[in-house]
Ligand binder design. Structure first.
Ligand code: ANZ
Ligand code: ZN
Length: 849
């Protein structure tokens, strides 16, 4: 018999699939848009870790096609931006050279594992025909006042010599090179995402995303409701504006705090206090925001010498400057309530300020902070409001401030505007011209794209300007408005701009007179399944939602949430040789993560190799490539393993034994199918009957289960069910069960498995003499009554050899099974001579004589 040779059948099948997955609009036919996160094609190529996402999403796309949907499953490249540029710099090459090579390699690998993409829609965000429209959307945002310039201190990485977005600073360090980030003032372009804060929040309620991701977005947006009011300053006609979420605690205010960056700091500082305030402000300016906000930090600060007046009780309250108050939030000034706010409590202790209780709670003392002090309760020591519940007091006190004209209720967001400027080469140039006469002038739409000049020297400059600033031919233009001498904007857009709309472009990728046509987008969008890693929880997903809402407001699209369903794949980990952190000689066994010692015996020795599970990544040098796995076992084995190993969203560990197990399954399946082939009855529909009910039940129950598992992203249990079904089919054939029933099962099995193991099933499909590809067949439908069938086949053996098979009710008990077996005419004398009767519930009875 011909052996299973994936190395031969897989390339042959893939050749037949070329162009087979083109998606065309068919009005009236239901569509599904299945999309993986826009990958950045790195020079390291794909690992089997990446394949987890691709293999699974492809199975889903293939399944949906067989279910009759018109499926769009495209792929493209997030090729602009910092990672591609950094990589090119490291390699001493140019991104315009490296990107196409890396793209070709990614494509080769994706084809190697049998992805069913519509490659005719491939897009590349660094191609002028794409970024022309990124620039066009920039202009639309600009036109609506949603793209603006502002001077703000920016994060400066002295090593990469570029400005970083807040999101690219991790714990005060550059996300790429771990260098400590500094602050530097610069005029930057921003997108006004804050204008959409409320809708970005409320939109989360209507979409099917993992709760964890929604929570991260909610926290990032950080909505809070409170009151903003005026605090008069003693002996001055100036006032402070403060924002509080707890106006009900206003009688407990014993001081006020300004952020060191607050514009009134120098005005309010008295001469005696000036030296210490200035020194404090200077120190604070060098600290990172997250350092200043850290929970365990000492609450430092200095007195300004001025006092404010509490509008509720007329008390004088000293005004301090302290770095735990940030300028970028609320109004940059607070009323401090040490009795009910932990940071204020610590500050008051340190500076010997009064700590007063104004909300009732058990065990309150001014000696020690307890989290219960922030709870709701009855108001005390609060003048006319005493005795009210604090929730009610909150409303009344806000109303009072409003009616006195000194405050109003306000909603605040933690979300900041999106910094889009990069002083870097490898990005879409911002389509703006600066003219001495006309100011900021947008490039007319018919002059797009503003081409990224083709230069050899693209490294960032170390004065913070983009390398584009060094190219006179690029910079000097005539002003689109007055025709006079003017200069182009030399900042480029960060990569997140490109990935904020690519999913729309896939609907209409070759349109050269618009970003996309409304018709194509109306048909294909929104994305039905969006699949990728949880690390993109905030930035990319929030930006893409913002642009979608904006384009909706512009009337360019008809929906305002881009991704109906989001699914995150779990990480793939691999065993990695453990290197103790620098300077540490010894390692304690049993430390978290240390699972396996190469030498299982004896005590730990400095020379032993210790292995730990780490995320599979090039930097950890633990990568397994799809190439090596496909070479050894075939793409179907890799694909099936990726799905079988665990629920999709769980972290898993690379395990070649598991891969071998899946490979053995495919070998078994091949053998079974090829051996059965000569007996296969194509006409099984007219010949299946009452006999062999057990397998029929299994067939239909499995079809039903797999359908619902795939719809619910439970690929692992779907694969397990298919394997079990294969075993039953094998038993059935081995015990000479009815051929028609086996034929039904075999044909259905090939179809059901097709989306998951697309090559072997397509090959078997044609070996079984069917026309066309298995992937264009309808997905089997379960016969409900058979799926629910309550009959099973009882196998009766004598000394382990088959004697009889009878249909019995599924719920049959052991004693009934035993009686049925002993009474079977085919068992004959053995019944009387039985030494032992072994009953395997629900399956068989073995009579030992
Ligand atoms: C008085 C008070 C009493 C406060 C109390 C809290 C508890 P969220 O919910 O995060 O919006 N705050 C306001 N502006 C600030 C700034 N720029 N930097 C640091 N802290 C600031 O937090 C709002 C609360 O954080 C505000 O309410 C204010 O302290 C503080 F028992 O005012 B609260
Ligand atoms: Zn001009």
């Amino acid at each position: 018999m011909e052996p299973y040779e994936p190395g031969i059948i897989e390339p042959a099948r893939q050749k037949l699939w070329q162009d087979a997955y083109r998606a065309e609009i068919e009005p009236g036919r239901p569509k599904r848009y299945v999309l993986e996160f826009f990958p950045y094609p790195s020079g390291h190529g794909l690992s089997v870790g990446h394949c987890r996402n691709y293999a699974t999403t492809d199975a889903l796309a293939r399944f949906l096609r067989m279910c009759g949907y018109n499926v769009l499953h495209p792929m493209g490249w997030d090729a602009f931006g910092q990672p591609a540029e950094m990589e090119a710099i490291k390699k001493g090459s140019h991104p315009k050279k490296t990107v196409p090579t890396y793209v070709a390699e990614y494509k080769r690998q994706l084809d190697l594992i049998g992805m069913s993409y519509d490659w005719s829609r491939e897009i590349n965000s660094s191609a002028p025909e794409y970024y022309r429209w990124t620039q066009w959307i920039f202009l639309q945002l600009y036109r609506r006042g949603l793209a603006y310039r502002a001077n703000a201190p920016v994060n400066w990485c002295p090593n990469c010599r570029i400005v970083l977005a807040n999101e690219e600073v991790e714990g005060g360090l550059c996300w790429r090179c771990d260098t400590k980030v500094e602050k530097k003032p610069l005029t930057q372009w921003f997108f006004k995402i804050t204008a959409y804060a409320e809708r970005l929040l409320s939109g989360l309620d209507g979409i099917d995303w993992p709760e964890g991701i929604k929570t991260q977005q909610r926290n990032w947006i950080g909505r809070s409701e409170g009151v903003e009011f005026r605090l008069e300053i003693e002996g001055s006609d100036r006032a402070l504006t403060v924002f509080t979420t707890r106006i009900d605690t206003a009688f407990g205010v014993t001081f006020a705090v300004l952020s060191p960056e607050h514009p009134l700091v120098s005005v309010l500082t008295t001469d005696e206090q000036r030296d210490s305030v200035e020194a404090y402000v200077e120190t604070a300016s060098r600290l990172e925001e997250n350092v200043r906000m850290a929970a365990n930090r000492e609450r430092t600060g200095v007195f300004t010498g001025s006092y404010a007046i509490n509008p509720f009780n007329g008390e004088r309250i000293p005004i301090y400057v302290a770095d735990y108050v940030l300028m970028g939030y609320g109004s940059g000034a607070i009323m401090a309530v040490p009795g009910h706010d932990e940071r204020d409590f610590e500050f008051a202790k340190r500076h010997s300020l009064e700590i007063r209780q104004v909300i009732e709670c058990t065990g309150w003392t001014a000696e020690e902070w307890r989290d219960e002090y922030t709870a709701d309760g009855l108001m005390v020591n609060s003048g006319e409001f005493s005795g009210l519940s604090n929730r009610e007091g909150m409303v009344r006190m806000a109303e009072q401030l409003e009616s006195r004209g000194i405050g109003q209720r306000r909603v605040n967001y933690r979300l900041r505007d999106w910094l889009i400027s990069r002083q870097r080469y490898w990005g879409a140039p911002i389509p703006i011209v600066h003219c001495d006469q006309c100011g900021v002038v947008p490039v007319p739409e018919d002059q797009l794209p503003v081409l990224l000049p083709d230069i050899e020297e693209y490294q960032p400059t170390n004065d913070g300007r983009s390398p584009l600033a060094l190219i006179p031919e690029f910079v000097n233009v005539s002003c689109p408005e007055c025709g006079g001498m003017a200069q182009r904007e030399t900042d480029t857009m960060g990569g997140f701009a490109c990935s904020s709309w690519y999913f729309l472009r896939f609907a209409d990728p070759h349109n050269d007179h618009a970003a996309f046509s409304r018709d194509t987008v109306d048909y294909w969008l929104p994305v039905d399944y969006y699949v990728g890693g949880a690390e993109h929880a905030v930035m990319h997903l929030l930006y893409a939602r913002f642009w979608t809402k904006f384009l909706y407001d512009e009337g360019l699209i008809g929906f305002d949430e881009p991704f109906v369903r989001l699914r995150n794949q779990g990480m793939l980990q691999a065993l990695t040789p453990y290197r103790p952190p620098h300077g540490e000689e010894t390692v304690k066994l049993g430390e978290p993560g240390i699972l396996v010692r190469q030498d299982e015996l004896g005590s730990y020795d400095k020379d032993d190799l210790i292995w730990v599970w780490e995320k599979m990544s090039k930097s950890k040098e633990n990568v397994v490539t799809p190439d090596e796995v496909v070479e050894k076992y075939g793409a179907d084995t890799l694909r099936l393993w990726e799905m079988f190993v665990a629920p999709f969203d769980q972290s898993v560990q690379w395990d070649e034994n598991g891969v071998r197990g899946v490979n053995r399954y495919l070998h078994r399946l091949w053998r079974l199918a090829m051996e059965f082939l000569p007996n296969f009855d194509r006409d099984w529909r007219s010949r299946v009957g009452e006999e062999g009910k057990a397998l029929r039940h299994k067939t239909h129950a499995t079809i039903k289960k797999v359908r619902s598992d795939l719809e619910g992203f439970r690929f692992n249990t779907a694969v397990a069910a298919i394997m079990e079904w294969t075993n039953e089919l094998s038993d059935h054939i081995g015990s000479a069960g009815p051929v028609a029933v086996a034929s039904e099962a075999m044909e259905s099995l090939i179809l059901v498995l097709a989306p998951l193991a697309p090559h072997i099933t397509d090959e078997l499909w044609s070996r079984y003499g069917f026309e066309g590809s298995v992937h264009t067949q309808p997905y089997p439908e379960a016969d409900e009554s058979l799926a629910e069938a309550d009959e099973i086949t009882l196998i009766i053996q004598v000394n382990g050899k088959l004697r009889d098979r009878i249909s019995v009710p599924a719920g049959i008990d052991e004693e009934e099974m035993r009686q049925l077996a002993l009474n079977s005419p085919k068992v004959g004398d053995a019944a009387q001579n039985a030494k032992k009767v072994i009953v395997v519930p629900g399956r068989l009875v073995n009579i030992v004589v």
